[in-house]
Every structure is written in C-alpha cells, then in structure tokens.
Design a protein around this ligand. Structure first.
Ligand code: 6GU
Length: 241
C-alpha cells in the first residue's frame, strides 16, 4: 500500500506514521508514505497558499493552483495506469467506517488531500477528488489527523502488517458486534477472578462464551449496531435481556 499525502504540514504526518506497528510496516515496505508540501507549489513570492473567500465571510480559503500542481507532481511521480483514488478529508464527506477501510485497503495507491482554514477552492476539488471522507460528526482544524486515522485503519488490513493474521478479522465490527472482554495474568486481580470458562481449555465453550459476551456488550454499548448483526433467535433473546 502506497500513501501519498498532500498537506501544508508534512512533518505531522511523517511523525504520526513512524511509530510502533506502522513504523515497522514502513521498514518492511508493506506500506510506503510520500508527503508533498502544498506550499512548495505556491507561485506567490511569499509562498502564500490561501486568500480571502469571494463573497466574504470568516477565515481563508486554500487556493486551487498550488493544490492542483501538488497533485500533478504526485501523479507524475507515480506514473500510475489505474485511475487514482484521491481522498479529500472533510467533515462534509461520507463517514469513514470499517467497511470503507476494507474498500480502500484493496487499492495499491491512495492520495490524501488535507485542507486547512475554511477549506479549498471548489474548482480544484471538482477536478481531482474522487472521495470526500469525514471521520465523524465533529469539526477538526485540518485534514492531517483524519488522514492518519484512515491510514492506521487501512494499514492494519494490509497482509503482514499485524503479526497476527487472524486478529484483524475477529475484532470489533466483525459481523457488526463489539469485541468480547479480554483477560491476562494474574488469574486474580483485586479479588476478582478471570471467568472460569477461559481457564477450562475447552475451546468450544470459550468460543460460545465470547460470542455471547459480544452480543451482550453490543446490546449495552452500541445497540445501533445490532440491526446489522447476524443473530440467532437465542442471541436475539440475550440481546433483549
Ligand atoms: Cl475529515 N476534517 C476536518 N477538518 N474535520 C473533521 C473531519 C475531517 N472529520 C471529522 N471532522
């Protein structure tokens, strides 16, 4: 997976994707990251990339030309045959979900366009953006953190990035259920024992218990997810309890 990020703050992206699992994935070239500073494509002598909005109003708008030139630069460098996915991070986009992460994980290249201020001139967005994506219903100061959130969620779906090849499948949101509770040593903490079944070594019973815990937890914490889950009649009764 090759990420290309168009941003005014490349160091923020570089630092964010340099640690732990993503850092290791980059060392192994399972994922690559190229950042392009939009400011490098300013044609203004003061390297300005924004201006006042036509029609008035608060804040500044990022100008079309430097964004377009940065995009062309990235496209040229890649020489990609396939049509490119260019993701614009905006609270006005479609909300990012696990399903969307799975869709993007199938691509070989992804371009992220990070805006700042009051947004980017619509004319360049119309010409280059294929996907408008939001990470949730709240407003952030720029697209950098959302792009990192997306790259994290997508990267862990790339084969080899997690050392454990089953864990990406059985976690939260598999079958629209939240993950079951986990325990590790010691067997007793502050007087509370680990559930007996987990010590039994009986994997049939353990799977059954975990599935039931997932259903209960989802019903309590995220009942909105249950309508997309595939529950047996017995599990539906458990969810109603
Ligand atoms: Cl993608 N961008 C900004 N600026 N704010 C957001 C967002 C994106 N998603 C949620 N809030």
């Amino acid at each position: 997976m090759n990420y290309h990020v168009l941003t005014l703050f490349p160091e923020m992206i570089e630092q964010g994707l340099n640690t732990s699992i993503l850092g290791r994935a980059r060392e192994k070239n399972l994922i690559t990251l190229q950042t392009t500073n939009i400011r490098d494509f300013s044609t203004n002598k003061h390297l300005k990339v924004d201006d006042y909005p036509y029609g008035g109003g608060a804040g500044m708008v990022m100008q079309a030309e430097p964004v377009y030139k940065a995009y062309e630069h990235v496209k040229e460098q890649m020489g990609s045959e396939k049509p490119l996915r260019v993701i614009y991070l905006t609270p006005q986009g479609k909300v990012f979900t696990q399903e969307l992460a799975e869709e993007f994980a199938k691509e070989e290249n992804l371009v992220f366009l990070c805006g700042h201020y009051e947004g980017i001139d619509e004319r360049v967005l119309d010409r280059i953006v294929t996907d408008h994506v939001s990470i949730g219903d709240y407003v952030l100061t720029g697209g950098e953190l959302p792009s990192m959130v997306m790259m994290d969620a997508i990267s862990r779906l790339v084969p080899g990035v997690l050392n454990n090849d089953v864990s990406a499948e059985i976690e939260s949101f598999h079958d629209n259920l939240l993950e079951y509770p986990q325990y590790t040593r010691p067997e007793e903490f502050m007087g509370e024992k680990v559930p007996e079944v987990l010590l039994s070594g009986h994997h049939g019973n353990i799977d059954k218990w975990r599935r039931e815990q997932s259903v209960i937890r989802t019903a309590q914490r995220r009942p909105d997810l249950l309508k997309g889950a595939n529950l047996t009649d017995k599990e539906k009764r458990i969810a109603r309890e």
